[in-house]
Design a protein around this ligand. Structure first.
Ligand SMILES: Cc1cc2nc3c(=O)[nH]c(=O)nc-3n(C[C@H](O)[C@H](O)[C@H](O)COP(=O)(O)OP(=O)(O)OC[C@H]3O[C@@H](n4cnc5c(N)ncnc54)[C@H](O)[C@@H]3O)c2cc1C
Length: 442
C-alpha cells in the first residue's frame, strides 16, 4: 500500500494528526497504522492516565514559558471539545470540574503566593483563595486538619476532565467524515521502518506499506523506531509507571499538590473520575519499570533496546538517581505498589489533601495507570520535562510522556507544518483556519 503520509500509532496523538490533516490540508491519501484492534488502548485510555487537560496553571513544576506553550496546545483541545459539544451535544468526551493547586505549610504558601502574579496574568480565570474559601469549596480539605497549618490555593472553574480514548474516536470519525478515502489499518503491527529510495518502507505483520513522509506517534515505541533509523541516539527512556488509589467522592474539584521542582511528573492529585464523579482517584505514583508498555510483558526487550545497551545510559541513571531528592522519591514510589505497606505509605500523600480520610475508604486501583516514557538525555545526563520530538529526514517521532494528551493538537499543528515541507509543498495546510477554529485563548 502506498500513501502520501503514514501515521504510526492510533492513540490521541496519531488520531489528532489524522484529523488535522483531513480537515486542514488537501492531502487525501493518508494511512494510519495501529497494532491494536482499537484506538487509544495504551496511554490514551481513560484507565491509563489522569484524564486532566493540563493548561499549566496548577502544575507547579512548570515554568511560565512551559505553561505558555502547554496552554496554547490545551486551548486547542478545549476548543475542539467545546465545538464538538456545541455541534453534537454531550458525547461524554469530557466533564468540567473546578481545579485547584493546594499549598500546605508556610514554605509552600509563600512559593505559591509568589507564583501567582505571573501565572494569574497568563491565566486570567485563576483566582487565589485563602483557607476559609478553600473550606467552603472543599470541606474535606479542612476537616481533621491542624488548625494552625497554613493553606493557600489557586483555583479555576475551567477544569477539564477528558476521556482521551473517546477523543481519539472523535478525531477518527470526523477525519473519516471529511475524507472517506483515509485508510485505517487496525490490528497491524509495524515491525520495521527502512529507507527505500525517496520513500520509507514500513514492514508490518499484515504486509508492506510505503510513503515519502511518516509521523511515528507510537508513545515509547517512537524512540525504538527512531533508534532503528539512527535517530535519537542520545536519548533513553525511564519508563515511569503511574498507579492510582481510589476512594469515594471526597472532593468536588481536581485538587493538585505542590510538585518538587526537580521532578518532571505531576504531583499527587485527587480527581473525580471522568465517567463516575462519585469515585475520586488519587495518584499517580511514579515507579520505574522495564517495559515500554505497562501490563505488556512482551515489551521488556523492546525497553532495553530503547534504553540502549551501552555505558552512557547507565551513567545517566546513576547521575540522576545520585540526587538524593530523586532517589528518595523513586524509592518511596516503588513502595506504593507493594501490598499492605503500599497503601499505608500512600495514605500520607492522600492525607495532605484529605486529612481525615479513612484507611478503609481507599483501595489500590488494580490494572489502572499506564507508564510515562520520561526522556533521559544522555548528553546532559538529566531527565527532560515533557514530550520529545525527533525530526529526521521526512520522518517525525513523537515521544509523549505527560502532558502528551493535552498537547496532541499542538503537536499535530507542528507536524502538519513539517509534513507540507517534507512533501515538497505540493500540498497546503490551512494553518490560519486551524488557529481560527482551535486557537482561541481561554
Ligand atoms: C499515569 C499517567 C497519567 C497521565 N496523566 C495525564 C494527564 O492527566 N493529562 C495528559 O495530558 N497526559 C497524561 N498522561 C500522558 C498521556 O496519557 C500520554 O501522553 C498520551 O496518552 C500519549 O498519547 P499517544 O497517542 O502519543 O500515545 P499512546 O496513547 O500510548 O498511543 C500510542 C499508540 O501507538 C501504538 N503502537 C505502538 N507501537 C506500535 C507498532 N509497532 N505498530 C503499530 N502501532 C504501534 C500503540 O498501540 C498505541 O495505540 C499520563 C500518562 C500516564 C501514564
Amino acid at each position: 500500500m502506498k500513501h502520501d503520509v503514514i501515521i504510526v500509532g492510533g492513540g490521541v496523538s496519531g488520531t489528532a494528526l489524522l484529523y488535522t490533516l483531513c480537515k486542514y490540508t488537501n492531502v487525501k491519501n493518508i494511512g494510519l497504522i495501529e497494532k491494536y484492534s482499537d484506538f487509544g488502548k495504551v496511554n490514551s485510555a481513560p484507565t491509563m492516565n489522569s484524564q486532566t487537560l493540563h493548561f499549566g496553571d496548577i502544575e507547579t513544576n512548570y515554568t511560565i514559558e512551559k505553561a505558555r506553550k502547554v496552554k496554547h496546545s490545551a486551548d486547542m483541545v478545549m476548543n475542539y471539545l467545546e465545538n464538538e459539544k456545541a455541534a453534537k451535544g454531550d458525547e461524554k468526551l469530557f466533564i468540567k470540574v473546578p481545579k485547584m493547586v493546594l499549598a500546605v505549610g508556610k514554605d509552600q504558601v509563600i512559593n505559591l503566593r509568589n507564583r501567582y502574579p505571573a501565572f494569574g496574568e497568563l491565566f486570567p480565570k485563576l483566582k487565589m483563595i485563602d483557607k476559609e474559601e478553600i473550606g467552603k469549596l472543599e470541606p474535606r480539605i479542612l476537616e481533621g486538619r491542624d488548625p494552625d497549618q497554613e493553606l493557600l490555593a489557586l483555583i479555576t472553574e475551567d477544569g477539564y476532565t477528558v476521556d482521551f480514548k473517546k477523543l481519539s474516536y472523535s478525531f477518527v470519525s470526523n477525519a473519516k467524515e471529511i475524507n472517506p478515502d483515509v485508510s485505517i489499518y487496525l490490528s497491524t503491527k509495524v515491525i520495521s521502518i527502512t529507507r527505500a529510495g525517496d520513500n520509507y518502507l514500513i514492514k508490518t505483520d499484515k504486509g508492506d506499506f510505503e510513503a515519502p513522509a511518516i509521523v511515528v506517534a507510537a508513545g515509547s515505541h517512537s524512540l525504538l523506531m527512531a533508534k532503528s533509523l539512527g535517530y535519537g541516539k542520545n536519548y533513553s527512556i525511564l519508563s515511569m509507571a503511574g498507579s492510582f488509589y481510589t476512594g469515594p467522592r471526597v472532593l468536588n474539584s481536581k485538587v493538585y499538590t505542590i510538585q518538587v521542582p526537580k521532578l518532571p511528573f505531576a504531583a499527587v492529585h485527587g480527581d473525580p473520575e471522568v465517567h463516575n464523579e462519585f469515585v475520586t482517584r488519587f495518584g499517580p505514583t511514579a515507579k520505574p519499570i522495564f517495559f515500554l508498555e505497562r501490563y505488556n510483558n512482551s515489551t521488556f526487550w523492546e525497553y532495553w533496546k530503547t534504553f540502549g545497551l551501552s555505558l552512557k545510559p547507565v551513567l545517566s541513571i546513576f547521575k540522576i538517581s545520585s540526587d538524593r531528592i530523586i532517589f528518595n522519591y523513586l524509592l518511596k514510589n516503588v513502595v506504593y505498589d507493594f501490598p499492605w505497606i503500599g497503601k499505608r505509605s500512600f495514605m500520607k500523600e492522600i492525607r495532605k489533601i484529605v486529612p481525615n480520610v479513612k484507611l478503609e475508604e481507599i483501595k489500590y486501583a488494580r490494572g489502572i495507570g499506564g507508564t510515562r516514557p520520561q526522556i533521559i538525555n544522555n548528553t546532559t545526563r538529566k531527565l527532560e520535562l515533557g514530550e520529545a520530538k525527533i525530526l529526521g529526514d521526512k520522518i517525525i517521532f513523537n515521544i509523549t510522556p505527560s502532558p502528551g494528551a493535552s498537547t496532541c493538537l499542538g503537536n499535530a499543528l507542528e507536524d502538519s507544518v513539517k509534513l507540507m515541507e517534507f512533501l515538497g509543498n505540493k500540498f497546503t495546510f490551512d494553518k490560519a483556519r486551524f488557529e481560527k477554529d482551535l486557537g482561541k485563548p481561554s
